[in-house]
Design a protein around this ligand. Structure first.
Ligand code: ATP
Ligand code: MG
Length: 586
């Protein structure tokens, strides 16, 4: 039997970028792992490795977060350490318990386990307040009563030193009393802030008396109205790390300048060594998509997509619904490595990792997306035979097959017929032969058209009964196409997803435009008249398949049910299509 449809071979593996360059030591695959290994060797943390994944519960996790999860949980696993899941929840206005739940679900789905180590920065509010009092007592923090605009104006620029606030030298006692009154809710939002007293001329703008606390009269999703005074990231994060005895605090490169402040806070509240240390790595950016919660929220809230789990989004919920296995995301993260320089990753690398995983995971079935009826005129009416069809190609070491019913009427893909084909079209055309996958060779004798529109409505073919098990010496039939039995196939809806944006870098926009201007209007094509082989009816929603010649699919975990089958395309079989395109001259 022809193997024409099994020629999808994984592409050559794209370059594996291993980060770190010169400071990568033998045995460590990137500069962060090398550092952890060095700390273990030197006994710096007495053999402890404690990392944390610290999402803010203000949106769904995306594949960039998966990179951070793989790094933090991965390093803990590799070194008998632990990784904490810590919600960095200090902003009452944007955070919500529904995001906490979705984040936990997504981290679990990726395959990571935080055990008992689930923490919330909002549980540290009391402790953080005490640390702030220590800073004030040491003359290292003061209550500033400038307005937000004034504070900004006083900060100076990269080339010009800032100006000290007139409130900077408030006596310690006054600061302490005021800070208490801030906590007690005696002031309105923005009336005062607490600032670190560092250096208004520092070349690092973040060191110019950064804000530590601000007043927000807003309900917190966990703490309710307990607090109206909220600590800011730079104060909270390092101290949360210290409270949890984190050893390696890994964050993305845009926090490089924050490291000085991270250390300053720990020094000045008196956290003893060994203490957590911040190391930065390159954030993940992928072509043709956006990885920023702020932008993803806009896409969801403005209705450009159907929700956080829209399969076109790079959210983990979206990727899951699209059919991407978590293992493929792990393999992708391994493939791109951890580096110290930001760069955009070619989306083809992600697609490669997905295909590579699904090749081993997804049984092959037949589904016709745009059906064209074929009547096999020499096949006896009423007769049905069951043809044995393996679920797996020869290069996947798995067993299993099903019976495909074959009868007089079948459907093939509309695209697989051309009335007037170019020279290298090896599928069906008037007078030509093609093999039906797992079945016979048929020949097209007649084309029935709609007399009004000229549209091809049906083909009349004949089959050759001697071609089921192969072809005699010397006889060649080049193409093999998929099909389903008209009497048995089940109707289904098929959703074909494409890249969400038309350009590799959607954030690169002209003045007055924004990234939504680059949305791909064809990112979703819904085919409502598809037909799939009947055997899949017993499978639960969420099952994955390869529809031969069409790609990898998942039965939609939300919308598909036995009475109404819906399939999402996870990824195309690019290699097959590239080959077809090349030989068809398309
Ligand atoms: P976004 O920019 O999407 O809003 P964020 O950094 O604000 O992301 P957090 O919830 O604060 O989101 O992130 C939790 C962790 O995930 C942080 O340690 C952060 O550095 C990491 N992270 C976020 N985005 C990426 C990314 N694109 N690549 C790698 N790590 C990321
Ligand atoms: Mg953040």
């Amino acid at each position: 039997m022809s193997r024409a449809n099994e020629d999808e071979k994984p592409a050559a593996e794209p370059d594996r970028r291993v980060g770190g360059g010169s400071d990568t030591r033998p045995g460590a695959s990137d500069f962060i792992r090398a550092k952890v290994a060095e700390d273990l060797r030197s006994g710096r943390y007495s053999g402890r490795v404690v990392t944390r994944f610290p999402p803010e519960p203000n949106g769904y996790l995306h594949i960039g977060h998966a990179k951070s999860c793989c790094l933090n949980f991965g390093i803990a696993l590799e070194n008998d350490g632990v990784c904490h899941l810590r919600f960095d929840d200090t902003n009452p206005e944007t955070e919500d318990i529904k995001y906490v739940e979705s984040i936990k679900e997504d981290v679990r789905w990726l395959g990571f386990d935080w055990g008992d180590n689930l923490f919330f920065a909002s549980d540290y509010f009391e402790k953080l307040y005490e640390y702030a009092v220590i800073l004030i007592e040491r003359g290292k923090a003061y209550v500033d009563s400038l307005s937000e605009d004034e504070i900004r104006a006083y900060r100076g620029t990269v080339t010009r030193a800032g100006k000290e606030s007139p409130f900077r030298d408030r006596p310690i006692e006054e600061n302490l009393r005021l800070f208490e009154r801030l906590r007690a809710g005696e002031f309105a939002d923005g009336e005062h802030v607490l600032r670190a007293k560092i250096d208004m001329a520092s070349p690092n703008m973040l060191m110019r008396d950064p804000l530590l606390y601000r007043i927000r009269h807003a309900s917190h999703y966990r703490r309710g109205d307990d607090w109206c005074l909220y600590p800011l990231y730079d104060f909270t994060h390092c101290l949360s790390d210290a409270i949890e005895n984190i050893t390696h605090s890994l964050c993305t490169l845009e926090f490089e300048n924050n490291r000085e402040l991270y250390d300053w806070v720990l020094d000045n509240v008196g956290i003893a060594r060994p203490r957590p240390e911040q190391t930065e790595f390159a954030r993940l950016d992928i072509d043709y998509t956006v990885l920023s919660k702020r932008k993803l929220i806009r896409l969801v809230e403005q209705g450009h997509v159907s929700g956080w789990d829209d399969p076109r989004l790079p959210t983990l919920a979206g990727l899951r619904r699209r059919g991407v296995p978590p293992e493929a995301i792990g393999a992708f993260c391994d493939m791109i490595g951890v580096d110290k320089v930001n760069s955009r990753v070619d989306i083809a690398k992600l697609e490669y990792a997905i295909r590579n995983d699904l090749n081993q995971r997804a049984p092959r079935v037949l589904c016709v997306l745009r059906p064209l009826k074929v009547v096999i005129t020499n096949y006896p009416e009423g007769r049905v035979e069951q043809l044995d069809a393996p679920y797996w190609p020869h290069d996947v070491p798995k067993q299993g097959s099903r019976q495909l019913p074959f009868g007089r009427e079948i459907f093939i893909e509309r695209d697989d017929f051309m009335e007037d084909p170019p020279r290298k079209f090896f599928r069906l055309a008037p007078g030509r032969e093609v093999r039906l996958r797992h079945a016979y060779v048929i020949k097209c004798d007649d084309v029935i058209k709609d007399s009004a529109t000229g549209e091809v409505m049906e083909l009349r073919c004949t089959f050759d009964p001697d071609t089921l098990r192969g072809l005699p010496e010397g006889r060649k039939v080049k193409g093999t196409i998929h099909w389903v039995s008209a009497a048995h196939a089940l109707p289904c809806e098929v959703r074909l997803y494409d890249r969400l944006f038309r350009v590799p870098d959607p954030e690169d926009v002209a003045d007055g435009e924004d990234f939504t201007a680059h949305l791909n209007p064809d990112s979703l094509v819904v085919l409502e008249d598809a037909l799939i082989e009947a055997g899949v009816a017993v499978d639960p929603p969420g099952n994955r398949y390869q529809f031969e010649r069409q790609g990898y699919f998942i039965s939609d975990p939300v919308d598909s049910n036995p009475g109404s089958l819906v399939y999402n395309r996870t990824v195309t079989l690019r290699d097959t299509w590239a080959k077809i395109a090349a030989r068809d001259g398309r």
